[in-house]
Design a protein around this ligand. Structure first.
Ligand SMILES: N#[N+]C[C@@H]1[C@@H](O)[C@H](O)[C@@H](O)[C@@H]2O[C@H]12
Length: 448
């Protein structure tokens, strides 16, 4: 039987995000955020679902941490709700919100579970959106103020910090396609938002360094290996442009301090190039300790004369898919990891999200036998192991997600968790994939 052993100090974890699991959306002084607002507008979310209750993790966190402990999970990626700390986004601190995260983080540590904290996982305080949101450079200063308080409160006990989760999704889905909060549809705004978020990332990294804290800090990008539908030069160029749009724009900025020239030219021609300075780029590329990668699937592109602004369209192939309609393409993870290793100086990498939604059901025995999810996870971890064996500095893997949760525009229709959540009763059912993953962690290896 083939066994794939990972490096002895490899980080095995699970991941969640505040808005997707906490609930308590207007409890204990928490301010409104853009997802509270966006989900309150009929038609924005599947069946008008919202995160008002979600998994009620705000009140059930101790029970959830007990499940992590029983499964032998030693690393947990969570996010902090900015509006729970600063209801208006800046200024007055909500002590009850701060106390919640103190209880949560202290409980994790008392159980031997290392927290990895994401400062921003999409839930901007609404008051800041009312002044322009991330399109307003002033919000950068408020983000730095929020980060400084988090570093002061938790910098000595949190070993891993992630400034932002998926700036591409925040900017494009939230400000160009309008399918995420705050629901804006303007590419020029979207690219300015992306830039300002990256600038806020760089400023917070510099702040972290100035505080002489002993942990590691990085950023999480959603990345996807891109492939042309055919070897026709137009399709090949379409894949290159989409790679620039999704991957290289962010990777080059953070790791090289420049935006890729081909995309600068394209955005300038389309009059959607953001405003930025050389000083901005120097700050954005402040050295990070790791690059966080969220990988779910690859992207297949074809030339499309009518596709604005890239003249490239994604192609939906008839291949095995997850419940999100995303092709299951594990080798794409290997391609991505090796590409980044060779093109970006061998930067240390954490897979901060990888996982799959499937239409889980509870069987007559009260179990969730999610073999599809085990298969997806096994195949992707195999590819991760292949990349490590070829020298990629992959340091850890956080499975998305620990709990079934609020899946943004899809509401509760999509289940990514290794723990099933009955949203009517808030009962948790540990899925077979959780027991499988528990064994992977215990053995630090995959077995065929
Ligand atoms: N969709 N999907 C699943 C998952 C989402 O639930 C996370 O919040 C995001 O960071 C990232 O998009 C990935």
């Amino acid at each position: 039987m083939q066994k794939y052993t990972f490096p002895k100090d490899f980080i095995w974890g699970v991941a969640t995000a505040a808005y997707q699991i906490e609930g308590a959306h207007n409890v204990d002084g928490k301010g409104e955020n853009i997802w509270d607002r966006f989900t309150s507008i009929p038609g924005n979310i599947y069946k008008n679902h919202n995160g008002n209750v979600a998994c009620n993790h705000y009140n059930l966190y101790e029970k959830d941490i007990e499940i992590m402990e029983e499964l032998g999970i030693k690393n947990y990626r969570l996010s902090i709700s900015w509006a729970r700390i600063f209801p208006k986004g800046y200024g007055e601190i909500n002590q009850k919100g701060l106390d919640y995260y103190k209880r949560l983080i202290n409980t994790l540590i008392s159980k031997g579970i290392k927290p990895a904290v994401t400062l921003y996982h999409w839930d901007l305080p609404q008051h800041l959106q009312d002044m322009g949101g991330w399109a307003n450079r002033k919000v950068i200063d408020y983000f730095v103020e929020y980060a400084e308080l988090m570093f002061k409160e938790f910098g000595d006990v949190v070993p891993i910090w992630i400034t932002h989760n998926e700036p591409w999704v925040v900017s494009i889905l939230g400000h160009a396609w309008g399918v995420h909060a705050p629901g804006i549809k303007d590419y020029k705004t979207a690219l300015q938002v992306a830039h300002n978020i990256l600038l806020s990332h760089g400023k917070v990294v510099k702040l972290y360094r100035s505080m002489n804290l002993k942990g590691k800090i990085g950023i999480t990008l959603n990345l996807s290996s891109t492939h042309p539908l055919t070897d026709d030069e137009k399709d090949v160029r379409a894949a290159e442009v989409y790679d620039g749009f999704l991957n290289r724009w962010f990777l080059d900025a953070v790791l090289k301090g420049t935006y890729p020239e081909d995309m600068v030219k394209l955005y300038r021609e389309q009059n959607i190039l953001p405003e930025y300075t050389d000083e901005d780029m120097s700050i954005i590329s402040e050295k990070i300790d790791f690059l966080g990668i969220n990988y779910y699937t690859r992207s297949v592109l074809k030339y499309d004369e009518n596709a604005y602004p890239l003249k490239a369209s994604l192609v939906d192939l008839e291949n095995p898919k997850t419940d999100m309609g995303w092709e299951i393409y594990p080798q794409g993870l290997y391609e991505l990891l090796t590409n980044i290793h060779h093109n970006y100086g061998g930067v240390d990498i954490l897979i901060t999200e990888n996982g799959a939604a499937f239409n889980d059901i509870v069987n007559y025995k009260g179990k969730v036998v999610d073999d599809y999810r085990i298969d997806y996870l096994y195949r992707h971890l195999r590819e991760a192991h292949r990349a490590i064996s070829e020298g990629v500095n992959l340091r850890g893997y956080y499975l998305w997600s620990f709990l079934d949760n609020f899946e943004w525009a899809e509401g509760y229709a999509k289940r990514f968790g290794i723990v099933f959540v009955d949203y009517k009763t808030q009962q948790r059912i540990v899925k077979e994939s959780a027991y499988w993953y528990s064994n992977v962690i215990k053995n630090n290896s995959l077995c065929e």
